[in-house]
Write a protein that binds this ligand. Structure first.
Ligand SMILES: Cc1cc2nc3c(=O)[nH]c(=O)nc-3n(C[C@H](O)[C@H](O)[C@H](O)COP(=O)(O)OP(=O)(O)OC[C@H]3O[C@@H](n4cnc5c(N)ncnc54)[C@H](O)[C@@H]3O)c2cc1C
Length: 825
């Protein structure tokens, strides 16, 4: 009997692992029944009963008509009852965009070969020239303190360059006069700008993200495209997009702003149009926009467009000078100086052909917005966060080498090193995610779930990085002024967290919520069968999806269990993968199976209520997200030719992400709403206990070292950022001080040894280096190097102080004079 029991378990594991077809399970069941009969010595009657049971079971499982009648149709009936109805806006949001590598991670068996076969995304020579030319130049022109403290805006000459050089039309194709850049190039530009000034980056980011240009490209009429796109590309129009209102923030589909279809006078003629009333806030570029993309709900009570009263959300392009448009006031978003403010209008009449796409697109605004959201969300905030990460990795490493306390560069003190190593490793992972995601967009994807993952995790990681960086800079990061290159970044972090889907909502509702339906191989098919199909068609489709789903769940449970018992060693590894990365591919394979199983169990246990169980949904989303971030990191290592110097960054960030995923899984079953399933889940997913350990200190030490020393790994990590030019620039001085500090370390050693041995007597107020020169401990050239280093070091550790009015009177006077000169010119 023990042999029989073991054979039954082995058969279950093998068939489950291989996701065997039903017929294989049936045959195996028959064989086991025969063995059982022989082992137990059943009599004739028992054998007949066993045979009848087997034949009946085999018939029900293998004959589709019977299976539908006895199994799947009753389940379909229950499914229809419990499946919550979806509003059209929810449905449009779920259907929007495409799925990509996220679907592989959801499958429980990611196809690594497919991922690694995707070529590394690369810039064209023209795009690289733009980054090295106009983009570098405009960075040089901007002084962030002048922008955020003196002008509360970019200087007019910078605005002009942005318009003239096409920064505002990077996504507009060349045929309309735009730059026609790839997503990767768009991302590289935003990243570089954000390493110089957040205001600069946001001002460029917004016209290239979801807004008039993107909507026109996808839905505009030929007339609208030919009129507006060249003007937007040349910066003759400054666009904004106004969706959010005081009553509708995250729940943007509930906007109260409305329009009523009517006839009215336009330029002396009676035309079909709309009277629109809106009250919007937080609109980026709003105060300086000349063209407002406006979202409102359109009603047609007189049925001038069709037979429906409520047409739904509609998007129109409204010139800002239209009579009745109120625009120009500003918000002050955490001292960031990008233009942001409210816009209002009351009963503003506009022709019907101002609707983007014309009157045929009345009421299709939400679908348009949802379909266009992913591309911009994949780029804008993930990319600007990576820019911040690169700048902070470079600056914080440099500062931690220049700044000494307890006669040691602070970066070598273990506590500081821990934060510094974390900054460097996070930066590597973030850049890997940026490049892989932009590559997906360039390959034609509009990755809705992945864009949410990238947006959420990049903005959260930059929050962690900036906190670490502030801690390392101490008071230097806190006192604002032209010499502070960290503080403004710290202030502005919540903006990225809040916009394009506030982060709590994105984590709790979108990542897993949308992923579970879109990326799951069977759930959407089951839902469609239940809600959209009828009769035999619904029954056939549901049966097919449901039985496959059942096999999928068993397979992933078994795989998770087997991977746990075997330390993930049976999980697939891509062909030709770097040997040092093999275990990580296998670990993610294990996680993927565990995640897919848990996702199915959560959906089974909670059904539609899972939507309200945001904490569980958020943790499932965390597991999916960590797998995506690790995938990007592993791919980058291969794409960049397996740079061995970068290994600590990969080891630390991958181990940390595995650890975070494991913690999320732990919290899922600890809080699983069906207590009886908690032990089962734990037993299936991690039967031998949790397998992943936190990232190691020795990797953290080496990560910190990468940013504490000049070298190829540091350059690769911060590639694409703007590095300040000249010692008059605060970050240029920091870079020079960093190099000078390293150059002077042998001199410092000599001085220290001379003092320690008593051969050089020094005290406060004495120029030790000069004394050392006098006594022949160092040469003239060493003294010169030392003096230069000291000048730079003092410059770098200095913080700003101001007159009591923080210099406002002088600034106002200077700006007023500038205006007079500009007017005269
Ligand atoms: C600087 C800035 C620039 C902006 N630019 C633009 C722009 O150009 N155009 C435009 O139209 N809008 C813009 N916005 C608006 C932005 O998209 C909204 O602020 C955002 O959608 C959140 O809305 P809210 O601020 O009203 O927060 P609320 O919706 O009030 O949310 C408050 C909190 O509740 C959480 N929350 C809400 N619902 C859920 C849920 N179901 N589950 C879990 N948590 C939830 C949110 O995550 C958030 O943490 C901008 C906002 C800012 C601050």
């Amino acid at each position: 009997m023990l042999g029989f029991f073991l054979a039954a378990v082995a058969a279950f594991l093998v068939l489950g692992y291989l996701q065997a077809p039903i017929i294989a399970w049936t045959v195996a069941g028959g064989a086991l029944a025969a063995v059982l009969s022989a082992v137990a010595g059943f009599g004739a009657t028992a054998n007949v009963v066993l045979a009848v049971l087997w034949v009946a079971g085999a018939a029900v499982l293998n004959l589709r008509v019977l299976r539908r009648w006895i199994v799947s149709d009753p389940i379909l009936a229950i499914y229809r009852r419990i499946l919550p109805d979806m509003s059209s806006t929810e449905k449009e949001a779920i259907d929007a965009g495409t799925i990509w590598w996220d679907a592989d991670l959801f499958s429980g068996r990611p196809d690594w070969d497919k991922l690694l076969a995707i070529p590394e995304p690369r810039l064209t020579p023209e795009e690289q020239a733009f980054l090295d030319g106009p983009c570098e130049d405009v960075c040089t022109m901007v002084n962030d303190w002048e922008v955020t403290h003196e002008r509360f805006d970019l200087p007019p000459r910078v605005w002009q360059v942005l318009k003239d050089k096409g920064f505002l039309g990077m996504i507009i194709p060349k045929q309309y006069g735009g730059l026609g850049f790839s997503a990767l190039a768009h991302s590289a530009v935003v990243m570089k700008l954000s390493t110089r000034s957040n205001t600069l980056a946001v001002s460029v980011m917004v016209p290239n993200s979801l807004g008039p240009a993107e909507l026109l490209l996808h839905y505009g009429t030929e007339e609208q495209k030919n009129h507006y796109l060249p003007r937007l590309a040349r910066g003759q129009e400054v666009p904004c997009f106004a969706l959010t209102s005081p009553e509708a923030g995250s729940d943007a589909a509930s906007i109260p702003d409305y329009g009523v279809v009517c006839r009215g006078l336009w330029q002396g003629k009676e035309v079909l149009g709309m009277r629109v009333t809106w009250d919007k806030r937080y609109i980026t570029l709003g105060p300086v926009a000349s063209l407002i993309g406006l979202a409102f709900r359109l009603y047609d009570p007189e049925h001038l467009l069709g037979d429906r009263d409520d047409l739904g959300i509609t998007c129109a392009l409204v010139p800002a000078h239209t009579p009745g448009v109120d625009i120009g006031r500003r918000h002050l978003p955490l001292n960031a100086a990008f233009q942001n403010g409210p816009t209002r209008g009351k009963d503003v009449f506009m022709p019907i052909d101002w609707i983007i796409g014309g009157k045929d697109y009345a009421g299709k605004g939400w679908m348009m917005l949802m379909n266009c959201l992913a591309a911009g969300r994949s780029i804008s905030l993930p990319t600007s966060s990576v820019g911040g990460a690169k700048a902070l990795a470079r600056y914080t490493g440099a500062y931690a080498r220049v700044r000494s306390q307890f006669r040691t560069p602070i970066g070598r003190l273990e506590g500081v090193e821990e934060a510094l190593g974390r900054i460097a490793a996070n930066c590597y992972l973030m850049d890997a995610t940026r490049v892989m995601t932009a590559g997906a967009v360039d390959a034609g994807e509009k990755p809705s779930v992945i864009s949410a993952i990238a947006k959420y995790h990049m903005t959260e990681r930059i929050r962690e990085i900036v906190n670490d960086s502030m801690d390392i800079h101490g008071g230097k990061g806190i006192c604002l002024g032209p010499n502070n290159y960290v503080g403004r970044g710290y202030q502005v972090i919540p903006v990225g967290i809040t916009v394009e889907g506030a982060n709590i909502l994105t984590r709790s509702l979108i990542i897993f919520g949308q992923g579970a339906i879109r990326c799951h191989p069977y759930v959407l098919r089951e839902m469609r069968a239940a809600k959209e199909l009828q009769g035999a068609e619904a029954s056939r489709e549901f049966d097919d999806a449901f039985t496959s789903h059942f096999g999928h769940t068993i397979a992933n449970g078994v795989r998770a269990f087997v991977h746990s018992l075997t330390g993930s060693r049976l999980a697939p590894v891509p062909r030709g993968a770097a040997p040092e990365m093999r275990r990580y591919y296998q670990r993610v394979g294990h996680l993927s199976a565990a995640f897919a199983f848990l996702a199915d169990m959560a959906m089974l246990a909670m059904g539609g209520a899972l939507k309200r169980k945001e904490k569980i949904s958020a943790r499932l989303g965390d597991v999916l997200s960590m797998m995506y971030l690790i995938s990007a990191t592993l791919k980058r290592y291969e794409d960049q030719g397996r740079q061995r110097e970068d290994l600590p960054l990969i080891h630390w960030s991958v181990r940390d992400a595995l650890w975070q995923a494991q913690q999320a899984i732990d919290s899922i079953y600890a809080n699983f709403p069906v207590p009886s399933l908690r032990a089962l889940l734990r037993w299936v997913v991690f039967p031998l206990g949790t397998p992943f350990r936190p990232a190691k200190d020795r990797h953290n030490h080496r990560c910190a070292k990468i940013v504490l020393e000049p070298g190829a790994a540091r350059e690769r990590l911060t590639a694409g950022m703007y590095v300040g030019r000249g010692e008059s620039d605060v970050t240029g001085a920091l870079e020079a001080a960093f190099l000078a500090t390293i150059e002077c370390e042998p001199i410092e050693k000599k001085l220290r040894e001379a003092v320690k041995s008593g051969r050089l007597a020094t005290r406060s107020g004495v120029d030790t280096a000069a004394l050392a020169r006098e006594h022949g401990f160092i040469s003239d050239s060493e003294l010169a190097l030392w003096r230069r280093k000291e000048t730079l070091r003092k410059h770098v550790i200095q913080v700003d102080d101001f007159p009591p009015d923080f210099g406002r009177a002088e600034i106002e006077q200077r700006l007023a004079q500038e205006q007079v000169t500009a007017k005269a010119a």
